[in-house]
Design a protein around this ligand. Sequence first.
Ligand code: GUN
Ligand code: ZN
Length: 435
Amino acid sequence: MSPKRLALRGDLVDFTADPGLDQTTGAGVRYRPDHWLLVENGVIVGAQLHEPGAGWARADHRGRLILPGFIDTHVHSAQVDVIGSWGTQLLDWLDTHTFPAETRMADPAHAAAISALFTDALLAHGTTAACVYPSVHKVSVDALFAAAQQRGMRLIGGKVLMDRNAPEAVRDDVDGAERDCHVLIETWHGQGRLAYAVTPRFAPTSTDAQLAMAGRLLASTPGLYMQTHVAENEAEVRWAAELFPQARSYLDVYARFGLLNERAVLGHGIWLDDTDRALLRDTGAQIAFCPSSNLFLGSGLFGWSAARDAGVNVSLASDVGGGTSLSMRRTMLDAYKVQALAGQKVSAFALLHAATRGAAHALRLGHEIGSFDVGATADLCIWDWARSPLAQRRQQVARDLHEKLFAWITLGDEQDLAETWVAGERRFERPAAPH
Ligand code: GUN
Ligand code: ZN
């Protein structure tokens, strides 16, 4: 069969190396204005200035920005119904809003509808890969993976484990959870672009026996991920210390049960110390920095530069529904503002890198996603540089690529996304404006 060949024209921006946290000079940035990106059978095969010849389907997006699809490393599909829930901090928010919403995921029809809505919404925000928490219910995991598979997305997820300190409707037990996880791993892990993540919600909602089971699971199958929350909120940190008095720190709880490795993704990590950061570095685990959630739930300000200086991998994440938007651009802007409060400058390059190549490498998926390297899967988004008169004006006066990209992050809205492509297939197209 002849290959399916597609060429997309636009301003290509991606990264070949880490650009640093505050450098605006463009080291590591690959900017190819008005180029054709060449895709064959869903894989990137090159980029060139001249228009490719016959045999290539062409899509001319000149004057638009083409970026790798965003990677959201921590987001809850089961929480779309609680975005913007007013007036609580983490532990209260879980009890008042979140556990009731997650209870509804036991219903297969609800789980299917929410999973479809959620994965479509990711694509409509320019996110083509994500690490996702559904709920404690097996059916919510099946629904999530099925929705992602239908859309060709690179999705990592797993059944939320919690066998204590939660209402019965969202609690499991060690044996039942272990059985469910084995079936889910067998069914979904490594199927196409899906991978399974052992997902203890956070230490306070799992017994020692369940965390030990999670550690056994993680060791049972190569390539499994681990995702959880750590050190997000001060009351939560105190609670974890009471529940696990033998652990040196909250993070150490996970270490003791064999849950930290190079495929571990830990949400938040605001209240960590130097020893914790060294442990993250040594195990290769990453922190998913969730600035929107951290601000909305009043959790605290993550120390990105301290983590970086300690050699910890840091990616960006929406943490919807603690976070208030699935947009990785809004997430980037919140990250910038959180760092600004600490007197730390973060470049547009660092923000974009963290949501593309940086996350891909931290997930050990740099060969597949996060860049336009030859051989990578063609997960990409086509964006308008500006649509409103104000944003257009700002782009006109921007003096260099960094200024353009930072203004694009700052002034953009969801309407800027023209198309999202996953593995060389168009999966989102901006609806035509009503007349
Ligand atoms: N800690 C434990 N569960 C959750 C959750 O669902 N969201 C956030 N932000 N933190 C958590
Ligand atoms: Zn979360």
